[in-house]
Design a protein around this ligand. Sequence first.
Ligand code: GLN
Length: 456
Amino acid sequence: EEYLNRLRQTEPQIKSFLHVSENVMKEAKEIDGKIERNEELRPLAGVLIGVKDNICTADMPSTGGSRILQDYRPAFDATAVQKLRESGAVLVGKTNLDEFGMGSTTEGSGFQVTANPWDVTRVPGGSSGGSAAAVSARQCVVALGSDTGGSVRQPASFCGVVGMKPTYGRVSRFGLMAYASSLDVIGCFGSSVADTAILLEAIAGHDIFDATSSKHEVPNFASQFISTEFSESKPLKGLRVGIISETLGDGVDVPVASTIKAAASHLEELGCAVTEVSLPSFSLGLPAYYILASSESSSNLSRYDGVRYGNQVAAEELNSLYGDSRANGFGPEVKMRILMGTYALSAGYYDAYYKRAQQVRTLVQKSFKAALSENDILISPAAPSAAYKIGEKKNDPLAMYAGDIMTVNVNLAGLPALVLPCGFVEGGPAGLPIGLQMIGAQFDEGKLLRVGHIFE
Ligand code: GLN
């Protein structure tokens, strides 16, 4: 009731949800009944969870933030959602996003613009801006997002919450609307590292419905890595931390860089050995990401043809049915990505763009591998700035893309990364939060969570 009341109070300003479940109190009362009867409770019993609206839910609409799926109701739950229900969680609703995950502000939603709870004149980040804002405004306890190029980590940074992008394949993508399949992963938001760890543990693991999901064993993240007792004065003694030198220079706001340096000193106080490490291919990651993500999306989005899914525009013949349904249903950013992607994939341009971007991807993977052979974790800002004003970059897509520089490389390499609040810069009524990004080796989420928990 407390959460629902807060949701009702704050939602007219924040607008994090596209749909709020009607069953929250009913499900919560069932759990109350279990408590009264002394029945055993499942690990997430009664925990209120927000779910990004590009993740399918059988009992609620799932629009992907797109008008083309305005009335779509999936016949099934995404595997991550099914696992949450099995753990006893209560779904509070579906959160707003940039259409199909394409954007960094949530202004690209086909339905509404979400506001940042720290300053409602600013964006919450994106594309999982609804989930980040909902956790930040305490409209739910934790939330699911998706991260193709930073969509969990950058909004976590802008909204002052914890965001975890797991290793590619750690969480099943079954039921996640595909944006760029080789980069997409479902991720977690929480207001503490411990909450985030519990959520990750609930959704991770192999799934026969996703051939790219990994058979890697899922550790008991919360109990193995989140110990509340660390009485030693240097609990992180011996941990080698590399600050990515390319992330603190040009193009990064000075107050952001100094907040991250202060966070690095805090890690040193905790016992870490902090050194600078260079990732020479770092700046190449951004153009390579936008070529690859657009290329994959142009193929993935061909399924929205007005026949198999969603809204259909009446037409005289088949080609105009496809064309008109898509012209009518997709927003401008999605159309631009489809055009960029089909261009990069077309004969004559393929070698110059798509193939070259794949080569860059290999370079990025190699440079991370080298840096992570000498360091346990790498750190950087999660974004080059704090949350900016709504409308500020709306008509300048290149400026918006440039803001993804800190996060896209991690997706190209398929690595896990944790973002957690590490300070504030000036702005808004109460200051604006800044997120520290910690990047680990594949399937080393446990280490990130442990370090994050101790840091926090
Ligand atoms: N902002 C990036 C993009 O628009 C990343 C989005 C995401 O991770 N879904 O592609």
